[in-house]
Write a protein that binds this ligand. Sequence first.
Ligand code: NAP
Length: 490
Amino acid sequence: MSAISESDLLSRVPDRLFIGGEWVESTSGRSIEVVDPSTGLVIKTIADASIADGARAMDAAVAAQDSWAATAPRVRGEILRRAFDLLQERAEDFALLMTLEMGKPLAESRGEVTYGGEFLRWFSEEAVRIGGHYGVNPEGTGRMFVTRFPVGPSFLITPWNFPLAMATRKIAPAIAAGCTAVVKPAELTPLTTLYFAKLLEESGLPKGVLNIITTSTSGEVSAPIIADPRLRKLSFTGSTPVGVRLLKQAADNVLRTSMELGGNAPFLVFEDADLDAAVDGAMIAKFRNIGQACTAANRFIVHESIAEEFAERVTARVSALTIGRGTEVGVSIGPLINAGAVAKAKTLVDDAVARGATVLTGGAPVGRDGTFFAPTVIIGVTPGSDILHEEIFGPVLSITTFTDEADAVAKANDTQYGLVSYAFTRDLARGLRLIDSIQTGMMGLNVGVVSNAAAPFGGVKQSGLGREGGTVGIDEYLETKYVLAPHTVA
Ligand code: NAP
């Protein structure tokens, strides 16, 4: 259990909008009630931004842009480094807050504080390494320079499933590159971002560099910001359908975009795999974040000769998982985010069963307060089942089989998504072939989790555009300028 009381912590979280360095009331006259999904109770009421508030936030970001871009990279980096240090001091606050508003077990929230914090440290280091290029043109008549400059005011939209890390993965590179930003967290989990803005304020971030709007009318408030000709960049993490809609809006303003969208990760287990490692990998790839991760393994595709043994072993582990409120000791499965998520998991399981699958454990909502779904294993999932094509976003491990490597690859690639894949095999040559043949932006080879601030995170196909983190993460917030200067000037 955390040492901080829930009510003390919640009383420290701001309940207003953060615009131009001030905590301000919304002009909408409305408010948002934030609910703990493990109890269904309201834990905090916060401001609900209007279109006018969005415009105010945009004005503040635009006003701060020039001076922020002119601020020394070292200074920008040191603010991020202070934020990293402060986050370590307040790690328990942030962990508890995420558990309260999103439901994940406290141990996983602590893991997210570590992961989310690493983006602050990584980009504090990257801020001073924004490079360029110098050379003589091939004709030998002049010097060619390539320099980088901040894209400009950016709009950052984040989802509810990783309330801290999805924010720092965008905010840290934007700040490092010299961009100001308006941030819109998800309505379901806005508290972590508000609390983080307070931390950045204390870290010395100048007024207006970061502005936070929380709103229950995302579409209405966001559209004018995206259409504002002063905006230069849209970075979105969320579902593919919303990403597609935002890309269409962004096209009208010819915005730079980064899109971190949905996934449908295949998890391949070959006949030569280390089954202990595959089962360990499956547990983390499927049940981390209660299955509510874009990187969650969605389709377990197992060689037909070992599918039953794999299913037995994972079922034994899954049946032993403890369900409960994320703050309780020993809990590994918290609630799903809301009743809609529970209904979706149930519908997908029922559809698979109707088409021939068998439930080995779980398969239904849990009868208690909050929005819980029993951790589930189903086997014998047949082609055409909805669960093979839709993001489950819940604790349902669905197993289907393959006959040979070509069949495994064809099944893995049979999706419009391409975020991440997992493959377990002891055959090095096969592992290398899979790297080339599986159509995803990331792959875990004999491992069930790949996220790392030092790595380029992102997908291909309808899983998105661009990469966050790694040495390329800052590029999303930088423009390139080429200059030609003749050797001789008349
Ligand atoms: P979502 O419904 O697409 O929402 C994501 C964000 O977009 C939220 O802040 C949401 O605000 C906002 N939004 C929704 N409609 C909008 C509109 N018309 N204009 C502007 N903003 C709008 O996704 P979610 O349910 O929060 O998150 C789950 C999805 O995110 C899954 O598909 C998951 O795979 C994906 N995801 C991807 C990654 C990745 O890195 N690839 C990481 C995490 C999650 P409201 O909350 O107010 O609706």
